[in-house]
Design a protein around this ligand. Structure first.
Ligand SMILES: [Cu+2]
Length: 455
């Protein structure tokens, strides 16, 4: 584990307190800040179990981590550092982003309903920032809207946010100062408030991630922050397939998946193999009588959803955004469609100029999943990743829920590919085919039959 964490509980701080000046600015009388923890690995950190303060079942931040704290009397203290970071989005693709404590997305903050938290925010960015605590109920002056709730935090300064956690649930944090730029640069994190009563809606595995989108041209490193709609990196916790970790689950576990959306469009997150129910939003827990079954959950912009299921079906189950362009990596969108086109003459002409030219797209684009084309530096193929039976032809917002028997608690290591039991896998039919039913109405045939059948 590559982290320098070191928070000693509350030594020598007794009697200190937070003062509000007449200008309404929070100033701390503490001489010593809690040491800021950093984590510079893109690997999913094993959940951080509390060794002080009230007990809870920690969340698993996909390809991320939770921020350590110290107890200072009854107050839980965290230290967030807003700063430029480098994020490996996938092997071969690094992005220069802004984030918190060495990472984008920032570390998950976990605490317990009823606790008072004090969050020091140090600004190491070249411009001012602020932190808005999305969904939490708190005093107006702690809400983190720069210029409205309090003056923005200038570069080099540290501000303190302090409030009581009045309810449990699924929340997030992000800047509310130069918001468009700072969120386009990757500044965001999860804020999970666990129930005071650990027997309230307990789960065995509790996964959490944030949806973020970036526009990073192949061969470059910094997102184009003014982009509004045409993003090319669709990420979970600033990672893309094939390097988003799998959600590893022990058969029979009760599982929760929490997901927040800080992109500019909605994402219907679809999970195979199960039906499930939304049990929590960023507004709070959903009463049982108000839930309904789903297999895709749309996560609106600026919203969070948590859903739950009992992991009774073993297997490798895809989990992905159902917008098919969001399961692609960097690609152009202004390509002509060549399906059904005869490119043989054109190919001959181009080959006279460019040896080895390969016509693509005449039979669809699946062949791109197998090819290794030459790419510019610092990018990844638009469809990539291999499974046990071939290329997955995916990218972006895609991962696999791996449900297996006998996975130990706190074990999130990839168990490899699922072996389908004999007789439970689709197979090739080589016998005689039954007659095919076919609609022969001329009104439904839109292209000449010989053209459609040529391939
Ligand atoms: Cu999507």
């Amino acid at each position: 584990m590559n982290r320098r964490q070191l928070l000693t509980a509350g030594a020598g701080l007794a009697g200190a307190g937070l003062a509000m000046t007449s200008a309404g600015r929070a100033e701390t009388r503490y001489r010593d800040l809690p040491e800021a923890a950093f984590y510079d690995s893109p690997n999913t950190m094993v959940p951080l179990r509390p060794d002080n303060g009230p007990d809870y079942n920690p969340v698993v931040t996909l390809n991320g981590w939770s921020l350590p704290w110290r107890m200072n009397g009854n107050v839980k203290e965290f230290h967030l550092v807003a700063e430029p970071v480098e994020r490996i989005m996938a092997s071969g693709m690094m992005a220069r982003l802004w984030g918190y404590n060495g990472q984008s997305t920032g570390p998950t903050i976990e605490a317990v309903e009823g606790e008072r938290v004090r969050i020091y925010v140090t600004n190491r960015l070249p411009e001012h920032t602020s932190v808005h605590w999305h969904g939490l109920i708190l005093p107006s002056g702690m809400d983190g809207v720069g210029g409205l709730s309090h003056p923005a935090i200038p570069p080099g300064k540290t501000f303190v946010y302090e409030f009581d956690l009045t309810k449990s649930g699924t929340f997030m944090y992000h800047p509310h100062a130069d918001e468009m730029v700072q969120m386009a640069m990757g500044m965001m994190g999860l804020f999970i408030v666990h129930p005071r009563d650990p027997s309230f809606m307990p789960v065995d595995r509790d996964f959490a991630f944030l949806l973020a989108s970036y526009d990073i041209d192949p061969g470059t490193y910094i997102p184009r922050v003014a982009e509004m709609t045409n993003f090319n990196m669709w990420t979970w916790n600033s990672r893309i397939f094939p390097d988003i970790d799998p959600l590893v689950v022990n058969k029979g576990d009760r599982v929760r998946v929490r997901c927040g959306n800080l992109t500019m469009t909605n994402h219907p997150i679809h999970m195979h193999g199960y039906d499930f129910e939304v049990t929590c939003t960023d507004g709070g827990w959903v009463p049982e009588s108000a839930r309904w079954p789903e297999v895709s959950i749309d996560i609106p912009v600026g919203a969070m959803r948590a859903y739950e299921f009992d992991a009774v079906h073993e297997g490798d189950w895809a989990i992905h955004c159902h917008k098919s362009h969001h399961t692609m990596n960097a690609m152009g969108h202004d390509l002509p469609t060549f399906i059904g086109a005869d490119k043989s003459r054109l190919t001959g002409m181009i080959r006279r100029e460019t040896q080895g030219y390969m016509p693509m797209g005449t039979a669809g684009m699946a062949d791109m999943g197998e090819m290794s084309m030459e790419l510019p530096d610092n990018t990844v193929p638009m469809m990539t990743g291999w499974g046990p039976y071939g290329p997955l032809e995916m990218g972006g917002m895609f991962s696999v829920v791996k449900v297996r028997e006998g996975i130990a608690p706190d074990d999130y290591a990839d168990p490899g590919w699922y072996e389908n039991p004999p007789g439970t896998e689709a197979w090739e039919w080589t016998g005689e085919l039954p007659e095919e039913a076919r609609n022969t109405s001329p009104e439904t045939i839109i292209s000449p039959r010989d053209h459609v059948r040529r391939g």
